[in-house]
Each structure stands twice: as structure tokens, then as C-alpha cells.
Design a protein around this ligand. Sequence first.
Ligand SMILES: NC(=O)c1ccc[n+]([C@@H]2O[C@H](COP(=O)([O-])OP(=O)(O)OC[C@H]3O[C@@H](n4cnc5c(N)ncnc54)[C@H](O)[C@@H]3O)[C@@H](O)[C@H]2O)c1
Length: 323
Amino acid sequence: MRVLVTGGAGYIGSITARTLLDSGHDVVVLDTLEKGHRWAVDTRAELVVGDVGDRNVVLGCLAGVDAVMHLAGYIEVAESQADPERYFDNNVTRPLVMLQAMEELGIDAIAFSSTAAVYGEPEQVPIDETASKRPVNAYGESKLAFEGVLDDAAAAWGLRSVRLRYFNVAGAWPDGSLGEAHDPETHIIPRILGAIAGGRTAFEVYGDDYPTPDGTCVRDYIHVCDLARAHVLALEYLHAGGEGVVCNLGNGQGFSNLEVVKACSEVTGVSLAIEFGPRRAGDPAILVASASQARAVLGWEPAYGDLQVMVQDAWRWCQRIVQ
Ligand SMILES: NC(=O)c1ccc[n+]([C@@H]2O[C@H](COP(=O)([O-])OP(=O)(O)OC[C@H]3O[C@@H](n4cnc5c(N)ncnc54)[C@H](O)[C@@H]3O)[C@@H](O)[C@H]2O)c1
């Protein structure tokens, strides 16, 4: 297959593009490089620097393409709360231009990076795909809105999508050659490891009064390489004629923020003093996935489900970029 990977210079997109290439597929990466990095794009891929909302650029990228992996977007919850219009523009309006171009060219298969944030505060955990969707932040709202567009396009012109609702993505390419490089970094594992690598002695955890066993938020972590593999399986499923489907991607196990700090201390051999700050707006207390749909439909199985392995891989990468 020839695949267009939007956002392929970002954290997940770059690792997914590399996984696609390793699986024998051809890859075109489309990325503004606003948040991504030229160095993160595999030299075997064709890189086009441009926006998913630029019709001419997108039409050029789609020539000869069989399917699209749409990872481009803005990802920061707090930023989305402060500037929702910008989030809806980038996560909904601009990708519509790409969908129109796909329709024109008869490209009917897309894997979309959705998120656990579409669920909001879950009524029960683990969360399956039928759970109520009540996002508590504009980021989640924007992702859910684009899922709605994919549904409507399915009815209107036969678009087939695999909507992958990721839980918390972590880790790096296992040899430490590719990983997360956000600025600012808001994800907890790279923030803890960055604090350790930077010689800091304390770490701020947002909120200690959540209704969880230790009062801190609980999240389900998935290794970025397991996520990348799920994307490849999703496109292969669509290529074989599969119908549209929604799949959660997580390991089905929750870790509190304090447990994550502990795992980072164990891996690095460095302990940090915990300072509790206020809750972060728009953070649900507990998000844990049921990924049984991904297992059943895509035949996906996580290979790196252990949190320690995710932290070890992230630490290998962190030591490389901090030097
Ligand atoms: N990181 C996570 O834990 C997580 C969890 C759930 C869902 N997701 C989703 O996964 C996707 C990738 O996340 P990530 O962590 O790799 O983020 P990232 O910021 O590292 O990568 C996103 C990439 O998209 C590019 N981009 C943004 N808007 C664009 C546009 N209009 N046109 C072209 N390129 C554009 C950016 O330059 C960046 O390289 C996002 O859609 C995000 O919402 C991420």
C-alpha cells in the first residue's frame, strides 16, 4: 500500500510511519512541522511540508495513495480550553479539505487518531466503545466532532474509517532512536524523566483529591510501538475490505500518577520529592480502556504492555535528547 501519514513528523506519526515502512508499505508524510520535526521523518518516506487544509498540497500528496492515516492535529487539553476555535479549526475544519480531496480521488480508507478524551468522565471502567461520549474539554470535543464527520462521510459516499481512540501513549522506539519531543511537554512520563535528566529534585503532580485510591489521576498507558502496529493492522483491515469500526487502544490497566512517578524512579534510580499542585482543568479522574474490539476486529495484541518497559524506552530516548 501507499499511505499518506498526516502528522508524520510528530511523536506518534513518525513512529507509525517507520512501522509502516518496516512492514513493506510506501509512505508520504504531510506535516506543517509546526510541532513535528524534520529529523523524525524516516529517510525512506517522502516528506511534504504543508497543511492538511491546503487543497492543492493535499491533492498532490494523495496521488497514487491507497489509504490515509490521519494523525495531524493539536493535542493539548489546556490549550484547547483556552483557545477552542483554534482547536476546532485545526482538528475539524482543515481535515475536511483533506476528506473532500479523498472523495474526489476515490480514496475511501482512513485510520484516524481519536482519543479517550471523547468519553469525558466515564460512568464505568474499563471503558468500551459504546460508553457515553461526553468530552470535558474542547480537545475531546474536536476529536468527537471529526469522528461524526467520518460517520456522515461513510453514509454519504462510502468512506471506511478505523477510528482509534488512544488512551495515554508512552515509550519510544526500543533502541532509543525515536521518541517524544514536545515543547512544552505536558505528558507525565516525559515530564518526570525530563525533570530527572535535568537534575531537578521535585516533581509537581496535578491534584491529590480525585476519587481514586491514592487521590491522583489514573490512566491507561499504551506503548507507542503497540499503537503504531495497531495503525498498520487497521489499514490492512480496510485494504482487505473491512467496514468502518471504532477501537479503543490501551492495555486495560490503570496506573495512578504516583505509581507512574514510582516507576520512573525505579527505572532511573532517582527519587523525586512529590509536590501536589491544583487539578488541571478538564482532566477526568480515571480512564482505563477495554480494547477487546481492537483484539477481535484487528487481531491486535500489545507486545509492550508493561509500564516499566514503556518507561525504560522513554528513558533511553530522554537521555539521548537531553544530552
Ligand atoms: N500523545 C498522546 O498521548 C495521544 C493520545 C490520544 C490521541 N492522540 C492523537 O494522536 C495524534 C498524534 O499525537 P502526537 O502526540 O504524535 O502529537 P504531535 O504534536 O507530536 O504530532 C502531531 C503532528 O501534526 C502536525 N500538524 C498539526 N496540525 C497540522 C496540520 N493542520 N497539517 C499538517 N500537520 C499538522 C504537527 O506539526 C505535528 O508534527 C494527534 O491527533 C493526537 O490528538 C495522541
